[in-house]
Design a protein. Structure first.
Length: 263
C-alpha cells in the first residue's frame, strides 16, 4: 500500500528558514494509491488535474476545517471531468455535518446535487462504525475516537498489510483495541498536535502531546511497527520534534508534506 502525505500538519503556515527558503506547512490529506484519499485538508494545491480526476473515494474522519478544506476546490476542479461521483465515506452524523455546514448552498454550492442529483460530483456514503467495509479496493474499519466533534479513525487494509490512521484524538481506547487484533498491521499514523507544556490545551481541544502519544501508542501492543506522526501544529514543530525524539520509540518517523511511504 503506497501512501503519500499531500499535507500532514494541524494548520497551514509558511515561514522563512535559516537559508532564506520558504517552508510551507499544509493541512492533513493522504493519498492511498491513486484513487483513495484519507481526509481532505490538502488536495488541489498538491495534485495535478489528471491526478485529481483519478480520485474516486474520500475517507473523512471529521468535519473540522483543516480536514475538509480541499473538498470545495476538488469539486470545482473536477466538475464535469469525472465519469462518476466521488464517494465521500464517513459516519452518518459526520456526513450530515458536512452537508449542513459546508455543502449547503450558502458556504459552498451543494455538489451532492450538481450537475444533477442522478450524477452529482460528490456522493455521501455512510460507513458503519466498527464494521469492515470495501472502499476502492481496500478494506476499511471506521472506529470512533475521542475528539471534540464526532470523529473516527480508520484501520485500512489491502492484501499486503494494514495501517492505522488515528484521526484527531485525545486519550481513547477502542481504536487501539481493534488495531491490536490486526495481525498484519504494518504501521500507525497517529496525530500529535501540541508540546507537553500545552497539556491542558490538548485536553480541551481533544488532541495528543508527545507524552500522550507514547501512552496511546503503547496500547496497540506492537512497539516495533513504524509510527508516523502527523498533525503537528507548525508553530511548535521544533519543540515537538525534540520531545518526540526524546521518547526513543524504536521506529518513529515525523511526517513531512510530500513524503511517500510503503506499508
Amino acid at each position: 500500500m503506497e501512501i503519500k502525505a499531500l499535507g500532514c500538519y494541524g494548520s497551514e503556515f509558511s515561514k522563512t528558514d535559516a537559508d532564506g527558503k520558504t517552508v510551507t506547512y499544509n493541512t492533513s490529506g493522504f493519498l492511498v494509491g491513486r484513487s483513495v484519499v484519507i481526509d481532505a485538508g490538502t488536495l488541489s494545491t498538491s495534485m495535478s488535474l489528471d491526478e485529481l480526476t483519478q480520485i474516486r473515494h474520500v475517507l473523512l474522519s471529521h468535519i473540522h476545517f483543516d480536514h475538509i478544506k480541499g473538498l470545495p476546490f476538488l469539486a470545482d476542479t473536477v466538475f464535469g471531468k469525472i465519469p462518476a461521483p466521488i464517494e465521500i465515506h464517513s459516519l452518518e452524523e459526520i456526513l450530515a455535518g458536512l452537508h449542513n455546514h459546508l455543502l449547503n448552498d450558502t458556504v459552498w454550492p451543494d455538489f451532492t446535487k450538481l450537475p444533477n442529483s442522478e450524477q452529482p460530483t460528490f456522493r455521501l456514503s455512510e460507513l458503519r462504525e466498527d464494521d469492515r467495509q470495501a472502499v476502492g479496493g481496500l478494506q476499511v474499519i471506521p472506529v470512533r475516537v475521542n475528539h471534540i466533534v464526532p470523529t473516527i479513525g480508520f484501520i485500512i487494509q489491502d492484501p499486503t498489510g494494514a495501517v492505522l490512521y488515528s484521526g484527531d484524538t485525545h486519550e481513547t481506547k477502542r481504536i487501539w483495541e481493534v488495531a491490536s487484533k490486526i495481525t498484519h498491521l504494518k504501521a500507525a499514523i497517529i496525530e500529535t498536535s501540541f508540546p507537553n507544556d500545552l497539556h491542558q490545551l490538548a485536553v480541551k481541544s481533544g488532541h495528543l502531546t508527545p507524552r500522550l502519544l507514547a501512552q496511546e501508542f503503547a496500547k496497540i501492543g506492537k512497539p516495533d511497527i513504524p509510527l508516523y506522526v502527523y498533525h503537528m501544529k507548525p508553530q511548535y514543530v521544533d519543540h515537538l520534534t525534540a520531545e518526540i525524539t526524546a521518547l526513543k520509540i524504536p521506529n518513529v518517523r515525523l511526517l513531512k508534506d510530500g513524503q511517500t511511504f510503503i506499508v
